[in-house]
Write a protein that binds this ligand. Structure first.
Ligand code: TYD
Length: 135
């Protein structure tokens, strides 16, 4: 169940034929914003936790291409945890969402797509500051 308008769990369609499967992600189609940057996280050390921040301007679209990961989201009012465990499941997150990625499987490859170029100054890295700003 999705408890906030600030995130959306998306089942992606795939194109299957006798050679295998393919998922297509297009700007403003499956991805609900103009894409400016992508990065992927992999080779995660045991028990590593990533994220632990919010972004003032960046929306995110994440897909776990291999393995699995849990993504905890918090908009200051509601918290929810999603397990991404298939290349067919995506999580969209609005700006001003606190994100924590944890319980990565060893083979996890997490694709992260966003609408901004990297800008360290748009990050909020202290949760109390986040709760103040989001109020
Ligand atoms: P960090 O924000 O800690 O990654 P995560 O969200 O996965 O926890 O970023 C790790 C380092 O990489 C940090 O020094 C900033 C740098 N970085 C970039 O240079 N460009 C990027 O697009 C990202 C996401 C991070």
């Amino acid at each position: 169940m999705v408890k906030s308008m600030n995130w959306k769990f998306i089942e992606l369609n795939d194109v299957s034929d006798d050679r295998g499967r393919m998922v297509v992600l297009e700007n403003l189609n499956q991805i609900p914003f103009e894409v400016k940057r992508m990065f992927y996280i992999y080779g995660i050390k045991d028990y590593a936790v990533r994220g632990n921040h919010a972004n003032r301007n960046s929306e995110f679209f994440m897909v776990c291409l291999s393995g699995s990961v849990e993504v905890e989201v918090d908009d200051g009012k509601t918290k929810e945890i999603f397990k991404l465990s298939s290349p067919k499941k995506a999580l969209y997150m609005n700006k001003m969402v606190w994100k924590t990625m944890k319980n990565f499987s060893q083979d996890a490859v997490l694709l992260c797509i966003t609408n901004t170029l990297y800008d360290n100054t748009e990050y909020i890295r202290n949760i109390d500051d986040f709760y103040m700003e989001v109020k």
